[in-house]
Design a binder for this molecule. Sequence first.
Ligand code: FPP
Length: 261
Amino acid sequence: MKIPFFNNKQPGAFNMHYPDQNTPDHVAIIMDGNGRWAKKRGMPRVAGHKEGISTVVKIVKAAVKCKVKVLTLYTFSTENWKRPKSEVDTILRLPKEFLSIYLPDLISNNVRIEAIGDMANLPVHTREAVQYAIDRTRDNDGLQLNFALNYGSRHEILKAMKVLLMDIDNGEMSLDELDEQQFSRYLDTDGMKDPDLLIRTGGEQRLSNFLLWQLAYTEFWFTDVLWPEFSEKEFVHALEAYRQRARRYGGIQDDQKKNYY
Ligand code: FPP
């Protein structure tokens, strides 16, 4: 069943307060808890992943409303291949399923689709559906919706290192030139601001090989809520929590400098 992309008739839709100050530009999400959600209901794990799509729709919608610029969703990791084939196949069918229903809504809401991770090793149907969406939304300048697909941070860093070493070897990069900013250009997230806020649902408090370089100064927000139950309200709650954080990037706040001792 298609959930309306923008449905102001949803209960509470008019009462929701969307933070409009100090909103994170880039929110990254580890969508955890699908399997447990399904198990709790005596359903197969894959039912949880399918239900997870409804949450993706709600959260993309909320991100558009909150004027988040980039939303990165950890959809399939390089380690997820270890799961039973039937589960892997289901997860990798979801992008096509999602895009075949919602791409027109995403286009009309000015969303630009992007992907990070090694797309080459994904099934053709996943790759083609995502590439089609990337091509169709290339000129949109609203929310950038990034799917992390066959993504693993260590693999990404190693891949970057190999290309970097080749560039040093052939003279396109020198050790003197190489700094953090230059190195970032070799990562899949080249051109994207680092995430300001990381949300992980499902109660675990770990990074699971997600954006290890990019999360160096990101604010973390963990919730026990399982991904299929995560709501627009929870998302806004995370943004409100972010608003209260003082980001110092290893320095100290300006007012502390005035009375420094
Ligand atoms: C982790 O939960 C979740 C995944 C490995 C898959 C995430 C995929 C989706 C939510 C579907 C997204 C679809 C689109 C189109 C972006 P888990 O299975 O590890 O949960 P558990 O910890 O309860 O077992």
